[in-house]
Design a protein around this ligand. Structure first.
Ligand code: UDP
Length: 236
């Protein structure tokens, strides 16, 4: 498969270009915080509940809130119908996504509580864990959960021996490498980094740099979406 022609990718993007991204803050009425994200062909909803009481109670921590994160792919979100319910992949993604957002949440403010994050993938086109983390991060802020910053995430990879930002499904499935990254762009702290495939050391460094730039752009969009919703509020 040929991925790059005349310097352009299969969806006409440049190697260092993100897909179009749109955040809608507070899309759900019944959640404490929510965010709907469209990221290229991905459509993702994140809902946050809490801080609230922990059930079952034996899971509670005396000095801090616990964070629970459920990533779920709808059966209709992918080309080949997915069997509903958790599988190895979604359990793994839930775990790494929880660890990705955890460092910015000030858990000590809410002992014996839980903050529950639900991420539903309604339509998938590669990079769903990143889109989910981006949505979750904004939904947490929308819920008023105290945070040190926002976590932004995107994938980088390699196709036709070229390092590219934000893979589409064909690039993810048939390319040479796929590396999702999540970070707090204020501190530069990376809270998720996974890799499928192979990079040389130079390619890895180039990919990491490109990933950081992608996260910086996304973090600005997240901030912008929150400002849009909340500017003016609290002054009446
Ligand atoms: N995918 C699929 N069926 C599945 C799982 C994944 O069609 O059961 C597709 C989907 O488009 C997904 C992509 O493969 O976004 C890449 O999946 P991966 O496991 O790399 O996670 P992601 O890139 O979505 O975080």
């Amino acid at each position: 498969m040929e991925f790059i022609k005349n310097g352009k990718r299969i969806d006409k993007r440049l190697p260092n270009e993100l897909r179009p991204i749109k955040f809608e803050v507070g899309a759900l009425e019944r959640a404490d915080g929510s965010c709907y994200v469209e990221h290229g062909g991905n459509k993702v909803m994140a809902a946050v509940y809490g801080p609230r009481a922990v059930h079952p109670r034996h899971m509670q921590e005396a000095n801090r809130a616990i964070i629970r994160y459920r990533y779920n792919m709808a059966s209709f979100s992918v080309e080949e119908r997915r069997r509903p319910g958790p599988d190895r992949r979604s359990i793994e993604i839930s775990k790494v996504s929880r660890e990705a957002i955890d460092p910015v949440i000030i858990k000590e403010f809410y002992p014996r509580s839980t903050i529950d994050v639900f991420v539903e993938i309604l339509q998938a086109d590669a990079g769903t864990r990143s889109a989910g983390i981006n949505a979750a991060s904004v939904a947490l802020a929308d819920a008023g959960v105290p945070m040190r910053g926002l976590i932004a995430s995107c994938a980088v990879g390699k196709v036709d021996d070229t390092v590219v930002l934000d893979l589409v499904k064909e690039e993810d499935n048939f390319g040479q490498a796929d590396m999702p990254v999540a970070m707090d762009v204020r501190t530069g702290e990376i809270s998720l980094l996974q890799m499928d495939g192979h990079f040389t050391l130079e390619e890895f460094e180039e990919a990491l740099q490109l990933g950081k730039e992608g996260c910086t752009t996304i973090a600005e969009m997240q901030r912008e979406a929150l400002v849009q919703k909340y500017q003016g509020e609290g002054h009446e």
